[in-house]
Design a protein around this ligand. Structure first.
Ligand SMILES: Nc1ncnc2c1ncn2[C@@H]1O[C@H](COP(=O)(O)OP(=O)(O)O)[C@@H](O)[C@H]1O
Ligand SMILES: [Mg+2]
Length: 259
């Protein structure tokens, strides 16, 4: 119990007559990459939106470091140290990498230039961006002053992940980060996810990419019909078993750990 960083119990979220999340539990442990898998419509994104403050659940509770939290917006979750990379990445393509890293959290110049004239401290943001890229071992971005619309899909994803890693003090959540990427680009993003975990920040990885899940995940949360069916370790199960559980063709293993 004491190594659980982010936890959810009995989460329910309805949209009209559709129950997107039907009493779901969730546990993310310190130091792990937790994959969340499930069929389309299983309620993965809805559950993750509850954890990231994007959606307020109809029932259930969320705990961070064992304490109940009540996020009313993504900003609330961000203040608590939870950063989410959404599928659409939420970037400003015309602006450069450094500016995108600090989007919505810009550093202002010191004194009245910043406080009155709202002038940005571009130098400081660029310096910190370079530092962040170095810390994560990112070598695929040539210049921090490059506009984001000049980057490849994988590079954009790298910027989005680096941004989440920079501000995610407790948890980084990623919804399908490799869905639009080629093999090499995916590998780069998966390496980055490992490095984030290795810096001590646990990562939630929602993904359809089974080989990627089996490659990087420490544990796999299998979501089915709006709730967690079970959690398995990739070493204990074949990929086709896991897919079978996910689709309902196979029952969840009796001995599967509940959390
Ligand atoms: N904003 C919404 N309005 C209405 N229905 C929604 C909304 N978001 C999700 N749903 C429905 O909730 C169910 C779960 O969706 P979702 O959480 O996106 O699943 P997943 O990410 O596993 O594909 C689906 O039936 C979906 O159509
Ligand atoms: Mg989804």
């Amino acid at each position: 119990m004491n190594d659980i960083v982010l936890e959810a119990r009995g989460i329910v979220k309805r949209y009209g007559h559709v129950t997107a999340v039907a009493g779901a539990d969730f546990d993310l442990r310190a130091g792990e990459i937790l994959a969340v898998i499930g069929d389309n419509g299983a309620g993965k994104s809805s559950l993750i939106k509850v954890l990231s403050g994007d959606v307020v659940p109809d029932a259930g509770e969320v705990l961070l470091d064992g304490k109940p939290v009540h996020f009313k917006s993504p900003h609330d979750a961000q203040l608590a140290g939870i950063e989410t990379v959404y599928q659409d990445l939420a970037m400003a393509p015309a602006l450069d990498i450094a500016t995108n890293l600090f989007l919505g959290r810009e550093i202002r110049r010191k004194g009245p230039l910043g406080s009155v004239l709202r002038m940005l401290d571009v130098k400081e943001m660029r310096a910190q961006s370079r530092q962040q890229m170095d810390a994560l071992g990112i070598t695929t971005l040539q210049s921090i002053t490059q506009p984001v619309d000049s980057l490849s899909g994988g590079q954009r994803q790298t910027v989005a992940v680096a941004r989440a890693a920079a501000f995610g003090r407790r948890v980084v959540i990623m919804d399908e980060p490799t869905a639009a990427l080629g093999v090499r680009e995916s590998k780069g993003v998966l390496d980055l996810i490992r490095r984030i975990r290795d810096t001590g920040i646990p990562v939630v990885l929602i993904s359809h990419d089974m080989p990627a899940v089996f490659e990087v995940a420490d544990r796999i949360h299998i979501h089915r019909l709006g709730r967690r069916a079970c959690v398995v370790r990739p070493g204990d199960h074949e990929m086709n078993e896991v897919v079978g559980i996910m689709t309902g063709a196979l029952p969840p293993p009796a001995a599967a750990e509940a959390s």
